[in-house]
Write a protein of this length. Sequence first.
Length: 126
Amino acid sequence: MAFEDETTTITQKPCIRKSMSFEGEQHKIEHNGSRKKFSAYISMLWPDQKLMYDFYDVMNSNNTINHLENLKKYVMKIRWKRLILIWDNASFHISRMVNDYVKAQKDWLTMIHFPRRFLCPCCNRH
């Protein structure tokens, strides 16, 4: 099982103090530092308690599929029969291109989409 989310607010600075991690762990991203912004796809894999990162200049359908391909390589390497991936309804998650890719991966991948705005209750205000 994996939970996937992404962020677009990462800037390359000498130290990133917070990141998605399992309880009791802190993962740091080492780099030379700059003000250039980049996006990260981050998947938390359970029960392995492993984080998989993929970094891109933008988040789009092509990069989403690349991240899924990297997850597939990991699933095949450790010989899982199936991965259940839970993610939100970001436009690049539900695009026609990604949906067509996911349909072709039914032998190893099951997708679960959270309802819209599920993880951000403050966004449900009227």
